[in-house]
Design a protein around this ligand. Sequence first.
Ligand code: NDP
Ligand code: GDR
Length: 356
Amino acid sequence: MDLNKKVALVTGITGQDGAYLAQLLLDKGYVVHGVKRRSSSFNTGRIESIYQDPHESNQRFVLHYGDMTDSTNLIRIVQQSQPDEIYNLAAQSHVQVSFETPEYTANADAIGTLRLLEAIRILGLEKKTRFYQASTSELYGLVQEVPQSETTPFYPRSPYAAAKLYAYWIVVNYREAYGIHASNGILFNHESPLRGETFVTRKITRAAAAIKLGKQGRLYLGNLDAKRDWGHAREYVRGMWLMLQQDEPDDYVLATGETTPVRQFVSWAFEDIGIELEWRGSGVDEKGYDRATGTCLVEVDPRYFRPTEVDLLIGNPAKAHAKLGWSHETPVRELCREMVLEDLKVMQTATVMKDA
Ligand code: NDP
Ligand code: GDR
């Protein structure tokens, strides 16, 4: 197939993964259609560098207003774009927020996936359009075995994970029932300087940068004992693309195979701004102090505890290595440093602009 003629439709294009994936697909010569939500303020910051004026000829990046809760809208966008590949990245993706908005999360993340698959059927695109579903390591939830692989049983621990469980199985079902080339990427946590500001890694790296610049006094966090398998988002979107290039659809884990406690990530981020943290106390009373000055910089706030927690995630990416030739490159220590340095740069620039 001539790659230059390939068309991709990406939902969640304004998110972290959407931005990296859109860039990757444009670099490969695709025409990229993206679905963005109407918002009262600009929500396209992450894709500013690839935005193309709709008045330009040969436009290869096209944005559509849309929402995963609106079937007719999704059908129309699929009809207009006639995609060879759909990457379904849109979701209410915050685990803790899903406890506050469980019904909306189910609507967008679970039924939203069904709506897109139905759009493919209604438009008779089962043989043309390949489908990627953003499945998640949150499906494993309560630890059944480690490391977690494609055969590990699921045990979701949040409304978000339960919604993504439905999405996972409806993708498998539509593959088996209707022969759609539909694949689940079971992705473990992946981060970057584009990561949403309320996910724990970015919250930590932004706070470290702000504390360094004297703009913030203390960082408040929840469960410091949780362990996550953190990789770099730029490398994970390549894995998504590889899944849709296979002759047969399938489900794959993408992970690094290493796990790190939240507390360790905090220590690294502070190390990157030149502060050695000393941890004292335990549980809700645990605090992180600047070893040099004795100042308390990190404190636990129970408001960030979740009603049910996922304690330990560590993935086994052997199948993706063997079948896709995919592997991660950036170690988590390096990822942390990249995020801290980028946050420092952004905040310093903002300060200079403000002063000017
Ligand atoms: P983000 O939260 O950064 O992006 C989510 C995207 O979905 C945003 O573009 C958001 O739009 C959009 N969105 C949310 N709700 C709707 C809706 N109702 N209709 C249309 N669009 C909507 O997530 P990531 O980029 O980090 O993750 C991408 C996908 O991968 C998500 O489905 C997530 O659940 C999943 N995932 C992520 C992992 C990770 O570690 N990052 C790991 C495993 C899975 P807006 O910008 O307007 O908010
Ligand atoms: P997660 O990511 O829930 O794994 O979901 P998040 O960064 O929110 O939490 C990771 C762990 O850190 C603990 N934690 C805190 N989390 C947040 N957000 N804020 C805090 O202050 C804080 N303190 C401690 C959490 O309890 C948790 O254990 C992400 C999302 O991208 C999902 O969409 C995706 O499916 C999974 O990763 C894989």
